[in-house]
Every structure is written in C-alpha cells, then in structure tokens.
Design a protein around this ligand. Structure first.
Ligand code: AMP
Length: 400
C-alpha cells in the first residue's frame, strides 16, 4: 500500500468540505469545512487530528480563496499537519454527475474536465461547483495528480430495463434522459464492507444498501454489480427524503401549478426544498432527531411522517428483492440509517417474509459496524457507517 497523504475535496455551490487522509494508515490527519463561500459571513472550520477544532470567520470571495485557506491551514507552522504541499501526494474530488461517460473514477485531464462540463446540464447545482474546486486546486497545486470520483459511476452497471423511463425512447437518445442514481461511492463502500463482514465473496452476494440521510437512496447490488437504485435523472426520485418528495405522479406538477398559479420551477422548488419529511410533517422538521422525539410523544404529524418514510423504504426493499430474485443482506447507512434505531425497526417490521428478525440490543448500538438481525435470520441486516471520504481516498490512490 502506498504511503501518501490524499486531500479529499467535496465542493458544493457555496461550501467546501475537506479531509486529509493517510493512504497507509487510512487515518484522517485533518478535516474541515468552508461555508458561505462568496456570501457574507464566510467561515472555515478546521480540525487537525488530536488538536483543537478552530473556527475562523474570514472572507472567501470564491472557491480558489477557500482552497488557498485550506492549504494554508494544513501547512501552518503552528496548527498545520504537514510541512509543505509536497507532502500532499494527490487530490480526490467528489463529482456529482458523470453521466454515461464515467463508469469509474478517473485521473483528471483536460478531456475529463470537458466531459464533466458536458454533464452540467444534468446537475446544474453541483457539477459547476465541483469543476470550480478542481480548477482551484490545479491552480495552487499544479504538479499534484487529481482524481475525479463520481456519485453516479457505481450505478453505471444497471441494465437497460432498470435505467430506462417509460417515455419516448428518442428522449434517451437525444438528451440522455434516463436513471443515473447517486450516492454511488457510499453504496459501493457499504456493500463491499458487508461482504467483508460476512467473510463472503462480494461477487456471490445479493445486497440491498439503504443510504438514509438527508438525501436518501437504496441500491440493489447483485454479484458485485449495481443492478438498480432509487434515484433517477436527478436526486429527486425514489425515497421520501429530508426535504425532497421522492416518487410521485408527474401529473401532480401541472395540477399544483394550476391550483396555486405557480410556475413549474416554483413547484419543483417545493418538491426539492419543502417536501419530504419536512413537508409531510406540516413543516415541523426535516431532522429525524426531532421527528423521533415527537413520534414517542404521540404527535400525529410525526407518526404519519415516520410511517410513510419507513413504508417507502420497505416497498423498495421488496422491489429490489424481486429484481435480484432474493436478498442475502440488507445494510443501513448514513445519518438516519446509522443513528435511528426506530426507523430500522419500522422498516424491518415489513420484512418478516425474508425471515428477518432484529436483535433490539444490537439495534440500539451506534457508531460501529453491527449485525442487527438475530443469528437465525435468513437475511442478515447490518448497520455499516458509511465513509465516502475514505472511499474517495482509496480510489484516488488506486489511480495515481
Ligand atoms: P446525512 O445526510 O447522512 O448527514 O444525514 C443527516 C440526517 O441524519 C439528519 O437530518 C437527521 O435526520 C439524521 N440524524 C443524524 N444524527 C441522528 C441521530 N443521532 N438520531 C437520529 N437521526 C439522526
């Protein structure tokens, strides 16, 4: 195993998350976050391993300036973790949409940048920000190899029948309208980890991964390949999420436009930002910590919301069990999947037909890989904390 430090960068439209990871020990040497880039009140949080977390309010007019500040913090004489930028051997960039061009991670070249730019249409909020992050790093570290790791790549093995929509085929040919799926790095990491925990070959298993965070998606991984996933052309499809609606009848959009005198864009904004568990709970909260508390207090809005959320997850598990003609292991991951035993119990209550029974003591654990089904469960159920940054660092090292 190479022994280098990999800087993992995840750029949003006004934010930049980073981690510096040693490839040999796989330890996080430092991590942090730049927020409100290009907006008043920009702030950087920087946490070196074993050191105190620092928060600095400092202007960042663009992502280049944010990257500059990150590199400065990492090499700072007092609080830095490396002596110079030479000690950063590679940069791994999380890229949201790779379209059909990228079925795996790739070293970044001019051609790759152009191909990512071509996908801007498919992820207008994310890909341009990702590209800005790459350019900023290239400007400041021109000699350091950079790797693009795509959220969509893991799902490129889906067969045609899973990725095509039932609309005129020429929309696929003309505009590449199809299902792509997201959270691929997480689905890949967690499904591989499940095989390892079971001490079985990845290629011999049928795995369902439930990535339940603020954004949520499920994938079916058969014999080491993703065969279906719940997000589509965009991350709006599939499960009920924090603020996104997930699946709905497309005719609802026109219906609501007419009723409310709103534009398609306005209704889409409602579907992205005001729906999901936030909308279903009547605007109460998008956070499962709040919802769980209210659920236990018998609050009707929280009860209907959590029931609808769990039901949708269970329905997808049923669909993917059918798609794979069985399932050996189901994994829960991400903010809700890892931290909310109640949601897992509610989902599992639908899964008796798979011979699943949860071990409630194991289900109450947190922060580690845990088998939460009882030993006699025909289908195993795991909680596996996801680690997208580590997965990106591993991919990066493998490519340079
Ligand atoms: P993620 O997008 O993976 O960071 O997940 C964020 C979501 O996870 C939050 O909005 C919460 O709904 C949920 N979450 C995080 N921590 C907890 C917790 N301790 N208990 C319940 N839900 C949690």
């Amino acid at each position: 195993m190479k022994d280098i430090n990999v800087l993992v960068i995840n750029c949003g439209s006004s934010s930049l998350k980073f981690q510096l990871i040693n490839s040999k020990s796989e330890e996080v040497i430092a991590k942090g976050l730049c927020e409100r880039i290009g907006i008043e009140g920009s702030k950087m949080t920087y946490a070196p391993a074993g050191g105190a977390k620092q928060e600095t309010e400092t202007p960042m007019k663009d992502h280049t300036q944010a990257v500059e500040l990150v590199l400065h913090a990492l090499t700072d004489a007092k609080t830095g973790v490396v002596k110079s930028l030479d000690e950063i051997g590679a940069v791994g960039h999380r890229i949201v949409h790779g379209g059909e061009d990228f079925a795996s991670s790739t070293l970044i070249t001019d051609e790759v940048m152009k191909a990512i730019e071509k996908c801007n249409d498919l992820a207008p909020l994310h890909n341009p920000a990702n590209l800005i992050g790459i350019r900023a790093c290239m400007e400041l570290m021109p000699e350091t190899p950079m790797v693009a790791v795509f959220d969509t790549a893991f799902h490129q093995t889906m067969p045609e029948e899973a990725y095509l929509y039932g609309i005129p085929y020429h929309y696929y040919e003309d505009y590449k309208v199809r299902r792509y799926g997201f959270h691929g790095t997480s689905h890949s990491y967690v499904s591989k980890r499940a095989a390892k925990l079971l001490d079985q070959k990845y290629e011999d298993l049928k795995i369902i991964v439930c990535h339940l965070g603020n954004g949520a998606s499920i994938s079916a991984v058969k014999n080491g390949k993703c065969v279906d996933t719940s997000m589509g052309l965009t991350p709006l499809e599939g499960l009920i999420m924090g603020t996104r609606s997930g699946d709905l009848d497309p005719a609802i959009i026109e219906f609501l436009c007419n009723k409310e005198g709103k534009s398609v864009n306005e209704i889409l904004s409602v579907l992205n930002k005001e729906s999901g568990v936030l909308g279903l709970s009547g605007g109460f909260s998008s956070d499962f910590r709040d919802l769980e508390k209210a659920y236990h207090a018998g609050d009707a809005a929280a009860v209907r919301t959590m029931k609808a959320f769990a039901y949708r997850v269970a329905k997808y598990i049923g669909a993917y069990t059918a798609a794979m003609n069985g399932v050996d292991v189901i994994c829960f991951t991400a903010g809700i999947g890892e931290n909310n035993p109640l949601t897992r119990t509610m989902v599992a209550s639908y899964l008796g037909y798979l011979g699943i029974e949860l071990d409630e003591e194991a289900n109450a654990k947190r922060g580690e890989d845990v088998l939460i089904s009882i030993p006699s469960s025909r289908t195993k159920v795991f909680v596996i904390p996801t680690n997208e940054e580590l997965a990106i660092a591993r991919e990066t090292v493998a490519l340079i």
